[in-house]
Design a protein around this ligand. Sequence first.
Ligand SMILES: Cc1cc2nc3c(=O)[nH]c(=O)nc-3n(C[C@H](O)[C@H](O)[C@H](O)COP(=O)(O)OP(=O)(O)OC[C@H]3O[C@@H](n4cnc5c(N)ncnc54)[C@H](O)[C@@H]3O)c2cc1C
Length: 356
Amino acid sequence: MPFDTELSQERYRVAIIGGGPAGSACALALAKRGVSDILIIEAGDYTQFRIGESIPPESLRVFQALGMDQAFLQEGHAPCYGSCSYWGSNKRGYNDTLMNPLGHGWHLDRCKFNRFLATQARDRGVYVLTHARLKGSAPATGSGFVLHLALGAQASQSSARIHADFVVDASGTRAVFARQRGSRKQSGLPLVCLAARFAIIDPENQRSSLTHLEAVEHGWWYGAYLPDDCLLLAFYSDAATVKARRLHQPEHWMGQLANAVNSARFIHHTEPLAGGILSFSAPSYCLDQLCGSNWLAIGDAASAYDPITSQGIIKALANGLSAAHVISGQADMHLFTQTIEDMYRHYVVFTDFLFY
Ligand SMILES: Cc1cc2nc3c(=O)[nH]c(=O)nc-3n(C[C@H](O)[C@H](O)[C@H](O)COP(=O)(O)OP(=O)(O)OC[C@H]3O[C@@H](n4cnc5c(N)ncnc54)[C@H](O)[C@@H]3O)c2cc1C
């Protein structure tokens, strides 16, 4: 069943900006607590490719808490048994899930996963509005917020204005609502990801169920086989290097790949998929203000980590779950934001220790 593209009412108890993992998890958890009149405002329509696919075994615990672990397991995402890395030498290192009591992690079909989460929320009575973008917001007279939305695909856009008693910013690294409230990102490292997808043309191709990492002079390579029978290869570096080496251009990207002997072998017996080199910014930061009167930020809107940690999706889901406790009056807002800040501080100490 398709999602909604028109508003059904003008006033909502909770409006969630962004229907990614954080927004859908929050909506689902709120609906399970009996909160009604929840609206997800999602700019996309769950048909476009999304990057970010490795999740650890511990994700199962969050799926259980959200009451959707069995439904998730039936979705057919690919098992991931850990990672294999070449970190500064040709000596191969493993970090596997063999001893993990929860079993393996997964390589997700991310577009399908996001759609699945939003469907879970919709099936619990959440109103999921796609092709809807938050443009502006202001405190309403009395309490809550007035939200200004652009509706519809670009060629046929209209605008709308709604009232929300409580707003959750789950808009990812755009942090669109929080920034409208004056929050600023306290940044860490700016990172750029240049990714390409390849179709596997040899049916005998031995597909690894590990995440592959290889450090090279100007950054690192990431490789994973995805459930839709394609290979994802991505190079991570800083913006200055990407610009200077023109790595957006396929021939330079391929030249860079040729230097990474352990990653380059993956493209044998594959064909590049349409779309060329896709560019993503992957900043690390925490907002200086994570909440205010009748609003809070979760997931990447609140804090974003380096993708090498594979923690972004599980953190987004867990934040969504905790936010639902806060909004339904079962947990303290201050404790919630303090936990996000503490986790970010730990992440900074951990990555500083690893890389520098
Ligand atoms: C290159 C890269 C690779 C990554 N790899 C991994 C990985 O392997 N494993 C992992 O765990 N994490 C990974 N991450 C991080 C992970 O993708 C994020 O942490 C996770 O998606 C955060 O979920 P979220 O719901 O907070 O935000 P998002 O997934 O970004 O969702 C935000 C949603 O808000 C919508 N939106 C934005 N602006 C508006 C607006 N104005 N109005 C309405 N809707 C709006 C967007 O369309 C989007 O659907 C990666 C990130 C990057 C950049």
